[in-house]
Design a protein around this ligand. Structure first.
Ligand SMILES: Nc1ncnc2c1ncn2[C@@H]1O[C@H](COP(=O)(O)OP(=O)(O)OP(=O)(O)O)[C@@H](O)[C@H]1O
Ligand SMILES: [Mg+2]
Length: 389
């Protein structure tokens, strides 16, 4: 030790040394308990202090826990030859002890059939999850952690699963799907254990874990129909979500947000609500999915006005039905198919939307006012006035 140090400086050094020792013990304790989240927070605190003191141990610690500063767990290789970094799984997927069925569905290199088209609000939220992941080192310097758990809520067919894939593609990670409904129905007695195994596997790998049909397990615990087994599963699930590490992303989806236990809601850093689409969203979707000029734009407008307020998935089903009809029977067959679709749907449409549909059938599809009025259930007089307006 430097002879020129004052007594005060020596005392300070000893105090610092003491502090460092107790922090290391605390980190070891958290590590032994498997409390990865608090361990990371502790490491972030310690490295901030060390960095302020100019100690390069700060960077070593940060790298040891957060990888190369971008949230990549250590020991994971990124494939260098793809434009976007991609991570690959190295271990085999866990299976159910008796049936040997794989507990997770793995999409190693997820890809989208077409772009995700959702409201501006949903797209913005998804983008912010992606941006946080790209700025993990910057966040860590401020003692902040990125969003680690996201809950998607919304009706069927509005793009929840597609959005999970979109995130996996953008983050260059495999998508691991744990379908809770099927896990429960196939092996109820062993479900708790299976869920634990699936989480353990996913925690160790750089991935996005997608819990589909969360409501299948996370039903309100005070639900009378609940059996003890399901209650236990909720507890297992809550524990697993709590232990989920920040360097991986967990997404859960449900159609029945109202069935979720409030304790489950609280576990998620963010909830993204997927709305039903309006006509403009559906027209944007058709631009993604239908080759230009294959069917008249006016038809797509009419189909969008018929399907608004349903789902992207319903709209695409209608559009593809019309495309097939045109491919086989030409335009006449296409018009006939649009008429059939509106016949099926008109009773489900609100009065105000029916008027929009009726106008579109005349203006965009070229039906007579009489036909449009019959199909939409709008009086001819009302239609005539609307067309003049
Ligand atoms: N927002 C969207 N943008 C583009 N395509 C969509 C969208 N939503 C649905 N689709 C189309 O419908 C298909 C089914 O959608 P998806 O499985 O993502 O819906 P979901 O919300 O997960 O439904 P569920 O609640 O039934 O699981 C997609 O593969 C896609 O072709
Ligand atoms: Mg889905």
């Amino acid at each position: 030790m430097n002879k020129n140090l004052t007594n005060q400086q020596i005392e300070d050094l000893m105090a610092q040394n003491e502090l460092l020792r107790s922090e290391i013990v605390q980190i070891a304790r958290l590590g032994a308990k498997g409390d990865a989240e608090r361990l990371r927070i502790q490491v972030v605190r310690l490295s901030r202090r060390l960095r302020a003191e100019g100690d390069e141990l700060a960077d070593l610690l940060q790298t040891a826990v957060f990888g190369r500063g971008d949230g990549v767990p250590q020991g994971i290789t990124r494939s260098a030859n793809s434009a976007k970094a991609r991570y690959e799984l190295s271990a085999p997927v866990p299976t159910d002890a008796e049936s040997r069925m794989e507990l997770l569905r793995v999409e190693s290199s997820p890809s989208l059939p077409h772009r995700l088209v959702q409201s501006e609000g949903v797209m913005r939220q998804l983008q912010s999850v992606i941006s946080e992941r790209g700025s993990m080192a910057r966040l860590a310097k401020l003692n902040l952690l990125p969003t680690k758990t996201v809950l998607f809520t919304g009706p069927p067919g509005v793009g929840k699963t597609l959005a999970a894939k979109h995130l996996a593609v953008e983050l260059g990670r495999p998508l691991l799907v744990l379908d809770l409904a099927s896990v429960i129905s196939s092996f109820l007695g062993r479900t708790g254990n299976n869920i634990k195994q699936a989480f353990d596997f996913a925690k160790r790998s750089p991935c996005i874990l997608f819990l589909d049909e969360l409501d299948a397990v996370a039903k309100r615990r005070d639900d009378e129909a609940d059996v003890g087994e399901l209650k236990r599963l909720v507890t297992v699930l809550l524990q697993e979500i709590d232990l989920w590490p920040h360097d991986n992303l967990l997404i859960a989806a449900t159609n029945h947000a109202n069935l979720l236990d409030p304790a489950v809601w609280r576990r998620f850093d963010r909830t993204i609500e997927f709305p039903r689409p309006d006509a403009a969203t559906l027209i944007a979707l058709s631009e993604e999915c239908v080759p230009k000029g294959e069917i008249p734009e006016g038809w797509l407008k009419a189909l969008a006005s018929i399907a608004q307020g349903t789902s992207q998935s319903d709209f695409l089903r209608d559009v593809n039905r019309v495309r097939r009809a045109v491919a086989i029977g030409g335009k006449k067959e296409g018009t006939q198919t649009i008429s059939e679709i509106i016949e099926d749907r008109s009773t489900l449409l609100k009065m105000s939307d029916r008027k929009i549909v009726a106008v579109s059938l005349v203006k965009d599809v070229g039906l007579s006012q009489r036909e449009a009025s019959k199909l939409s259930g709008i009086a001819r007089e009302t239609l005539r006035t609307a067309l003049q307006g």
